[in-house]
Design a protein around this ligand. Structure first.
Ligand code: NAD
Length: 293
């Protein structure tokens, strides 16, 4: 079994760390928020005084932090303190440039690293069924894979440094665009007097079929488990969708890729968030498309 430092014990990090404990690993945790440390302690995580103390004897260091600036500052702090041969795994969703910088910080201390953002949300984190999208060398990925296993339903090696983050933001750009597309179709159907169920029955088995329709249907009824059936309680909050869409647009600009629908989706989610709906599930954008406040 492995000694693992886990830094960032928030909504995602805490259930992920709990699954590492359940798998028999020794987990040393740190977070800036005392309440999060208490939850971790109750889950069997040993609480460290600070990040440096958490990583000192760790063979693997997992970070689950809000954004690129947090990852860079934590990496700069802990890389010089990490044990020889330690492996860094960053599962935060961050911009590709910061992810590559984080890899470079680890490499400058002769440490292996993997960017491994996730999809699956807090439910997947609790159930240990997250999809990990990993970027890094073959050697680093091979070492990371068995550590990710107890937290994962699926693990994909996407390529070199930053490839995991690239896969994550490309996927979520598809998701943001497709949810707006499905929402628009339901709003048009309403105006045309077509029932939600009729549109669903046709589109779900026709060329309009997609995940936003058949798994996460934005109107109540056709897919009973979708957030639309519980007043758009997340799920995946609109604020997080906006974060990921903004990351996609930063990356598109830096790489010179034309993503006009990604840009439009970012604008619509920015307006939805500005109207006070950041805590609503992202599929709630259909209400905004209908003109509801
Ligand atoms: P969160 O805000 O609940 O947790 C982040 C934690 O990091 C907080 O507890 C915070 O105190 C801690 N932190 C910040 N700076 C720190 C530092 N210097 N040292 C130690 N701890 C520090 O966020 P979350 O929902 O757990 O998300 C974490 C990451 O996962 C984000 O990048 C998010 O985009 C991504 N993500 C979230 C979801 C989701 O559904 N919540 C899904 C997929 C990916």
């Amino acid at each position: 079994m492995t000694t693992i430092a886990f830094i960032g014990l928030g909504n995602m990090g805490n259930p992920m760390a709990a699954n590492l404990v359940k798998a028999g690993h020794t987990v040393l945790g740190f977070d800036l928020v005392p309440e999060n440390l208490e939850i971790a302690r109750a889950n069997g995580v040993t609480i460290a005084a600070d990040s440096g103390a958490a990583v000192k004897d760790a063979e693997v260091i997992v970070t689950m932090l809000p954004a690129g600036k947090h990852v860079i500052s934590v990496y700069e702090e802990i890389a010089p303190k990490a044990a020889k041969g330690a492996l860094f795994i960053d599962s935060s969703t961050i911009d590709v440039e910061s992810a590559r910088k984080a890899h470079a910080i680890a490499a400058s201390h002769n440490l292996l690293s993997v960017d491994a953002p996730v999809s699956g949300g807090t439910g997947g984190a609790a159930a240990g069924t997250l999809t990990f999208m990993a970027g890094g060398s073959k050697e680093a990925f091979t070492k990371a894979e068995p550590i990710l296993q107890p937290m994962a339903g699926r693990i994909v090696h996407c390529g070199d440094a930053g490839a995991g983050q690239a896969a994550k933001i490309c996927n979520n750009m598809i998701l943001g665009i497709s949810m707006i597309g499905v929402g628009e179709a339901f709003v048009l159907a309403e105006k045309l007097g077509l029932s939600h169920q009729a549109l669903y029955d046709v589109a779900s088995t026709s060329s309009g079929q997609c995940w936003s329709l058949t798994t996460y249907c934005p109107v109540p009824g056709p897919v009973p488990a979708s957030p639309a059936n519980r007043d758009y309680k997340p799920g995946f909050a609109a604020a997080l969708m906006l974060k990921d869409l903004k990351l996609s647009q930063e990356a598109a600009q830096a790489a010179g890729a034309a993503t006009p629908l990604g840009a439009e989706a970012t604008q619509l989610y920015a307006l939805f968030n500005a109207a006070g709906h950041g805590g609503t599930d992202f599929s709630g954008i259909i209400r905004f498309l209908r003109g509801e406040q």
